[in-house]
Write a protein that binds this ligand. Sequence first.
Ligand code: HEM
Length: 141
Amino acid sequence: MYEISDTKKGEKVEFSNPPKEFFEALGVEGMRRFMYDFYERISQSDIAHFFPQEEEEFEKVKQKNTDFFIQICGGPAVYDQDEDLNDYMVRFHEQFSIDERARIEWLGTMREALEELDIDEDLKRAFWEYVEAFSKLCVNC
Ligand code: HEM
């Protein structure tokens, strides 16, 4: 049901940020649990090696991700960044060599965490559409 379409080089990627209702349904604490669950799964995944192995550093990534997703869903501006968040995130990921396989593993992990959420299915689907499309812009090799 949460499908993954291929990244095609040079193709224009259209996406909308997830709806504010997604954030409102979960709240700050729910977003935090969602992202921490996602990263627990990441640490067991085939892309675990991309992420800091040191607990304290990994914790920072989890927290930053929580803040990013709160803000991108229209919640409070807690991610410390002035420029357009999506543009910034694409540039941020350029320091890592992310190929289509890594994207698919990332999305597969996100799908598992998303499936656990007990909120309206349409909201989950809208969130999925954002990550499925936006993640194409993180593929850089
Ligand atoms: C929808 C797609 C994605 C979004 C929205 C996203 C978002 C983020 C955010 C918010 C951070 C933390 C930034 C910070 O520290 O300020 C992050 C870090 C990271 N992301 Fe992504 N990401 C996406 C896809 C991917 C994919 C496909 C990979 C593939 C491996 C990936 C790998 C990483 C890595 C390695 C880090 C940082 C680890 C470190 O700080 O050492 N991301 N991402």
